[in-house]
Design a protein around this ligand. Structure first.
Ligand code: SF4
Length: 231
């Protein structure tokens, strides 16, 4: 007897199961790829993070906060990377009490490989069309925001928390937002989750930008936004 399509789980459970599958394959490859370079996944993450921050260097506590692992774990990873001469520690020029971790030249070369997205992931993302990508990126931004608000992950350098972000500034449906850093319209598919040019909008402005973004209201709908840096 026909019983219809079996519904074995709620949509949220099916989504969580799908994300877990993607997480599983990424974890598996992270170990394999890092292992090929003679690194642990944490060491690989530290190199990738320092590469993403340019030549600025980060303290061990800042690295721990960004990669969301404990400070002792990061200290061990940094010590191992130092032994391999991939990173070096030096005092901050701005504040001599702070010790910063920076990439060495060999470290920069290894980091460039660590930050390359694996081909299998690029192929999986390529299987989405433009509309699917836009919906997916927007959904990811909302999920990351929710995890941040719950304190599950550190705040990342996403567009909706950036002082240069102007949500729904344009009538164009495909590119409704504006990035004032590059002074160009951007769409949901262009939203950045870890942008090196990000500048925090600060505690007061961040919730306003988020609500304008989510509710589809243009900047200034609830009063003028603060002036942009340098203007
Ligand atoms: S600078 Fe980066 S994070 Fe800020 S709005 Fe532009 S793209 Fe987004």
């Amino acid at each position: 007897m026909y019983r219809g399509i079996p519904v074995t789980a709620r949509p949220d459970e099916r989504l969580a199961a799908g994300l877990a599958k993607i997480g599983l394959v990424m974890r598996h490859h992270a170990w394999a790829d890092a292992g090929e370079r003679g690194l642990t996944p944490t060491q690989s993450q530290v190199l990738a993070l320092l590469h993403a921050r340019g030549g600025d260097g980060l303290s061990v506590s800042a690295v721990a906060a960004e990669v969301a692992v404990s400070q002792p774990t990061v200290s061990d990873a940094v010590a191992a990377l130092e032994r391999k001469r991939l990173v070096a520690r030096s005092r901050s020029e701005a504040d001599g009490r702070v010790v910063l971790v920076r990439l060495t030249e060999p470290g920069r070369r290894v980091a460039q490989q660590a930050v390359r997205w694996p081909d299998y992931l690029v192929r999986a993302i390529d299987s989405l069309d433009a509309d699917e990508r836009a919906v997916f990126v927007r959904g990811l931004v909302k999920m990351v925001h929710s995890l941040q608000e719950e304190g599950q992950i550190p705040h990342s350098r996403m567009c909706p928390s950036c002082i240069y972000f102007r949500p729904h500034a344009h009538a164009d449906q495909e590119r409704p937002h504006h990035c004032a850093f590059v002074d160009a319209p951007i769409g949901d598919a262009d939203l950045r989750i870890d942008c090196r040019d990000h500048e925090s909008a600060g505690e007061a402005l961040r919730p306003r930008l988020w609500h304008l973004f989510i509710e589809g209201r243009s900047p200034g709908a609830d009063g003028p936004l603060p002036a942009l840096p340098g203007s």
